[in-house]
Write a protein that binds this ligand. Structure first.
Ligand code: HEC
Length: 442
């Protein structure tokens, strides 16, 4: 009996949640994907091909043209698979990591439709693992304290065999409406720089906290994606930051990129994707995300655990991570209960690092409220309804009659930061000619 209940719970998790109650709601039955042509885009492993590397003499015969604003596809059309497979095996210039067995490329199928209210995007790709990547690093009780357990494949401890590889699958969209110079030609690469996490010359916490903008003003301790215009030098060096006033002016002019991520652990269980933007840093939109930390800063203990009555267990063990018959995600109001420090914790007990809540998400950060991913027979299918005509200052409004440049990426099989498979930029047209033509629905 209990088995049955657990299996049903797991099926619900994989099938995605019901979306009925939330305004503005989407009538998915209206979207007939068989009438929307699919475009296949090859995603590939980019290694550490940063903005700075692409303009260096190591990018032979490409560097000068790239600096002059040439499009990657001018020279690399059809080469995605070859580039990815070469780099993922290790490359003396731009791939120091050991990625044994990771594929260098993957096909992404993209369909886009729209009506008066939403753009509908369907993305499909095969996963490397024979299961959906819904697990995320956890907190592990060591007999005394709760410490981080598991990590993405590029983490030094995972590379060194000291931690297991655990991370959520993701599907990301970066887009621009023509306001950010070079995005149409060079796509996501203009946001990828030396100094970022897991990139050459990764900035130390001390360096970042000493930086006038990132450390002193924004209280950051690492460097994440940024657009070149937020820096003062031609090389767009991470530390050569402009002032907060200059950044605010760029923002007001719409000179930033939309960046949204569907997350198999931190957003999909509540039918959402996150909503962010790239300017001087990779920021989240105003409001509150659907995921929040499960660590109580004062007690240094988790805030919530699984409700054993609903989830079957109060916590997991190492062998349960990623298993379909065990809860992988702590969802507020569904399977959570307040953490009980006296619940008889044993060394090796595991609890999630995040609490996921649709009801707690607010504001512009909660715009992607109709996104559902389903993993079946080795393939993720993500259906995403993005509201049109958004008026938030931190969003790029998609409009009927508009053409936009999109960059797509997936994080597959326990990896984060630069460990994604990425696409050269493509245009998407809503009632306008483009690489991907959105189909208008009646
Ligand atoms: C003017 C042509 C040209 C343009 C434009 C260009 N590249 Fe290249 N790129 C090349 C050539 C040629 C090579 C191979 C260099 C070699 O053999 O060492 C290369 C190599 C690479 C490599 C290393 C993989 C390999 O096969 O050695 C990556 C990654 C890459 N380019 C990415 C990009 C990206 C991203 C852009 C756009 C920002 C871009 N390139 C624009 C010509 C170009």
């Amino acid at each position: 009996m209990r088995r049955l209940v657990l299996a049903a719970g797991a099926a619900l998790l994989l099938a995605g949640p019901a979306l009925a109650a939330d305004p503005p709601s989407v009538d998915w039955s209206k979207v007939d994907w068989s009438k929307v042509p699919a475009k296949t885009i090859t995603l590939f492993w980019p290694g550490q091909s940063s903005y700075q590397w692409l303009r260096s003499s190591e990018h032979k015969r490409g560097d000068r043209k790239v600096a002059q604003g040439a499009a990657c596809l001018d020279c690399h059309e059809g080469e995605e698979k070859d580039i990815g497979e070469k780099l993922v095996k290790g490359d003396p210039r731009i791939e120091p990591a050991k990625l044994g067995g990771k594929p260098g490329a993957n096909d992404l199928s993209i369909q886009v439709a729209y009506d008066a209210k939403f753009a509908y995007i369907r993305a499909q790709w095969k996963t490397q693992a024979p299961r959906p990547g819904v697990a995320y690093p956890m907190y592990r009780f060591d007999g005394k304290d709760w410490k981080s357990y598991g990590g993405p494949q590029l983490d030094a401890d995972v590379q060194g065999g000291k931690k297991p590889a655990i991370y959520e699958d993701r599907f990301s969209i970066m887009l621009d409406d023509g306001k950010v110079p070079l995005f149409a030609e060079q796509g996501c690469w203009i946001t990828c720089h030396n100094g970022l996490r897991d990139m050459p010359g990764e900035a130390t916490k001390e360096q970042v906290t000493a930086n006038a903008l990132l450390g002193k003003e924004l209280k950051k301790s690492d460097v994440r994606k940024y657009i070149p215009g937020t820096r003062t030098d031609d090389a767009a060096t991470w530390s050569a930051t402009k002032s907060k006033a200059d950044i605010d002016q760029m923002m007001a002019k719409g000179e930033f990129l939309e960046l949204m991520q569907w997350r198999a652990h931190r957003s999909n269980p509540v039918g959402m994707a996150d909503d962010g933007y790239v300017l001087e840093y990779r920021n989240f939109d105003a409001g509150k995300n659907m995921f929040s930390s499960n660590m109580d800063a004062a007690t240094k203990q988790p805030k919530f655990m699984f409700d054993a009555g609903k989830a079957g267990v109060k916590s997991l063990r190492a062998e349960d991570v990623g298993k379909a018959d065990k809860p992988q995600v702590l969802v507020k109001g569904q399977n959570d209960v307040a953490f009980d420090p006296n619940a008889g914790w044993k060394e090796g007990d595991l609890l999630p690092q995040y609490l996921i809540s649709r009801a707690d998400s607010t504001g512009s950060a909660a715009d992607n409220a109709n996104v559902k991913g389903e993993w079946k027979d080795g393939t993720w299918t993500v259906q995403w309804a993005r509201p049109l005509n958004l008026a938030n200052p931190d969003d790029k409004a998609l409009k009927d009659g508009g053409v936009y440049t999109f960059g797509f990426a997936i994080h597959d099989n326990n990896i984060t930061t630069r460990g994604h498979l990425v696409a050269f930029p493509r245009t998407v047209g809503f009632g306008k000619k483009a690489d991907i033509q959105a189909v208008k629905l009646n």
